[in-house]
Design a protein around this ligand. Structure first.
Ligand code: ZN
Length: 472
C-alpha cells in the first residue's frame, strides 16, 4: 500500500516538474534573442585567396540586434587550418552563441617545370642525362627535392606531391635521333669551267646534332673530267650514326673555252677605299669602260665623302667592309664586330641616304687572324650577320694586288685572267692609297673580259652567295 502511494506521488511530481519546465522554457523562448548565420556554417577557403565573411542576423521579435553581436575568432586565409568563429548576442540577460567553421586548405597542385625540352633527342650510344627540373607549390614553396623521377624506355616521368597531398605529374619524351646532317657547300653550287681549266674543289661544311665525327663520314661521289665538255655532278653525302642521310650536289659544267655568254660573270670588288689617289682614277676607268663594280668601303676622311657619293651615283654597289679595319679590335668579340659594322653602315647612310647590307669581313670569313682574339668568332659572326639582315661575300679570285706592298698592273692582270672560270668570278682588289697598279690592271682585265665573252656586274641582292670555308 505504502509503496503504491509512493509511486503515485513520484509520478505526480514528475508531471508537475515537466509542466514547470515547459512553462519556463516557453517563457525563455519568448524573451530570448535569436541569432543565425548567413551562408553555411562550414566554409572551405583555398589558401592564399580571400575569406569573405557572409555575416549573421540577430533578432528579437521584429527588432534587429545585429549591433549587439560580438564576433570572436579570425581567419588567416594564408595559413592552412581550421578556424572557429563565434557569434554571440546577449539580450534580456540571455546569451545566445553560434559558430562557424572555416577550413583553409591547399587544393592546388604543385607545378613541375622541366629544364631543357619535353621532347629530348637521345643520341645513339648515349644514355639520357637528366637535364633538370623544378617543382614549386603554391603553399609549400620549392619542393623540388620531393620529386620522384622514374626512367622508362622512352619517357622520364616526374611526380610530386605537396604536403596537402595534391599530386602533379610531368613527362619528358625521349626520342631517337631523326635529324639529318646538314651539308653546306662552299663556293658556288653551279660551276662552269673551260676545257683544260683546273676544277678547284671549294669544299663543304657539315654538321650534325649528334654525330661529332660526321666530318670524317662525308663521301664525295663523282668527278670532273676537265679534258672533256660535259655536265658533271659531284654529290656530297653524309650518314650520321643514327643512319640519317643527307646529300647535296654541285653541278660542274665543262665547256668549250671559245663558247661565249654562258653566264660568265666577273665581279670586280675593291676593298679598303675610298682613297684620294686611287678611287677617282679607278672610277674614271670604270666609267670609260662602262663597267659596274663593288666597293667594300671603310671609314675615311670627310673630304672623301664625295667618292662614296660618286660610286653610288655612277651605279656601283657601295658595300660595307669595316669602320676601323682594326682586326684586334673588331675580332675581339661579337659585340665589337657588330658595333664597328653598324658604324660604317651609319657613316655610308649619312652620305648616300641608303643603308648597305652587302658586306665583306676584313680578311674574309676564312680569316684565321680572328682566332688570336676570339675563338670560334667567325662561326658566330657568319650566322649573326645573316640573322641581322646582312649578306657577306668572299672572293674566288685574288689579284694579289696587296701582296708584298703593291703589284704592277701586269701582275694584277695576270693573276686575275689566268684564274677566270666560266661562271662567276669574284675578284678581290683594293683601292687603298697609292695602289697604282690596280688602275691600269683593271682596264686590262676589263678589256680581256669583254673580248672573251665575259660580262661585268656589281654584287647585288640577287647575286648568289659566295662564302669561304670558316676557319675559326
Ligand atoms: Zn680589307
Amino acid at each position: 500500500m505504502d509503496r503504491f502511494v509512493g509511486l503515485k506521488k513520484a509520478i505526480m511530481l514528475s508531471i508537475i516538474g515537466l509542466l514547470l519546465f515547459l512553462i519556463g522554457y516557453s517563457i525563455f523562448l519568448v524573451i530570448s534573442p535569436h541569432i543565425e548565420l548567413k551562408g553555411n556554417d562550414k566554409i572551405e577557403v583555398v589558401v592564399g585567396t580571400k575569406y569573405l565573411e557572409k555575416g549573421y542576423s540577430a533578432t528579437y521579435g521584429n527588432s534587429n540586434l545585429n549591433n549587439l553581436v560580438k564576433v570572436k575568432g579570425e581567419v588567416d586565409a594564408n595559413k592552412i587550418g581550421e578556424y572557429k568563429i563565434e557569434y554571440k548576442v546577449n539580450y534580456n540577460g540571455i546569451t545566445k552563441k553560434i559558430f562557424r567553421t572555416v577550413v583553409v586548405k591547399d587544393s592546388e597542385r604543385p607545378t613541375i617545370t622541366l629544364k631543357g625540352s619535353s621532347d629530348t633527342t637521345v643520341c645513339p650510344n648515349t644514355t639520357y642525362q637528366e637535364e633538370g627540373y623544378q617543382a614549386i607549390d603554391n603553399y609549400d614553396g620549392d619542393i623540388t627535392t620531393k620529386v620522384k623521377v622514374t626512367n622508362e624506355k622512352d619517357q622520364v616521368i616526374y611526380t610530386v606531391q605537396d604536403a596537402a597531398k595534391n599530386d602533379s605529374i610531368k613527362i619528358r619524351n625521349l626520342k631517337t635521333d631523326t635529324e639529318k646532317p646538314i651539308i653546306t657547300l662552299k663556293g658556288f653550287k653551279n660551276v662552269t669551267i673551260g676545257v683544260n681549266q683546273n676544277y678547284v674543289e671549294a669544299g663543304y661544311e657539315v654538321a650534325d646534332n649528334c654525330d661529332k665525327n660526321i666530318h670524317s663520314k662525308v663521301k664525295t661521289i663523282g668527278f670532273v673530267n676537265n679534258k672533256k665538255e660535259g655536265i658533271y655532278h659531284i654529290t656530297y653525302q653524309a650518314v650520321d650514326e643514327a643512319g640519317n642521310k643527307n646529300e647535296v650536289t654541285r653541278v660542274v659544267r665543262v665547256v668549250n673555252s671559245k663558247e661565249k655568254g654562258l653566264g660568265k660573270v666577273i665581279y670586280l670588288t675593291f676593298d679598303d677605299g675610298p682613297s684620294r689617289s686611287i678611287t677617282p682614277k679607278l672610277l674614271d676607268v670604270l666609267k670609260e669602260e662602262n663597267v659596274k663594280a663593288t666597293f667594300f668601303v671603310i671609314n675615311h676622311a670627310k673630304e672623301l665623302d664625295y667618292l662614296i657619293k660618286r660610286e653610288y651615283e655612277e651605279g656601283h654597289t657601295v658595300a660595307l667592309h669595316s669602320y676601323s679595319h682594326n682586326y684586334k679590335k673588331i675580332y675581339s668579340s661579337k659585340e665589337a664586330y657588330l658595333d664597328d659594322l653598324y658604324n660604317i653602315q651609319n657613316k655610308v647612310y649619312q652620305i648616300i641616304g641608303y643603308k648597305p647590307t652587302i658586306i665583306r669581313f676584313p680578311g674574309g670569313v676564312s680569316n684565321t687572324v680572328s682566332r688570336r682574339y676570339s675563338k670560334g668568332l667567325m662561326t658566330t659572326l657568319a650566322k649573326e650577320v645573316e640573322n641581322q639582315g646582312f649578306r657577306y661575300f668572299d672572293w674566288n679570285i685574288t689579284s694579289k694586288d696587296a701582296e708584298g706592298g703593291k703589284a704592277s698592273a701586269t701582275k694584277i692582270y695576270n693573276n686575275v685572267v689566268k684564274n677566270l672560270n666560266y661562271s662567276s668570278n669574284i675578284v678581290l682588289m683594293h683601292d687603298f692609297e697609292n695602289n697604282n697598279g690596280v688602275i691600269e690592271g683593271v682596264r686590262k682585265i676589263i678589256q680581256y673580259g669583254k673580248s672573251h665573252g665575259y660580262t661585268f656586274a656589281s654584287i647585288t641582292e640577287s647575286t648568289p652567295d659566295y662564302h669561304h670555308k670558316i676557319n675559326n
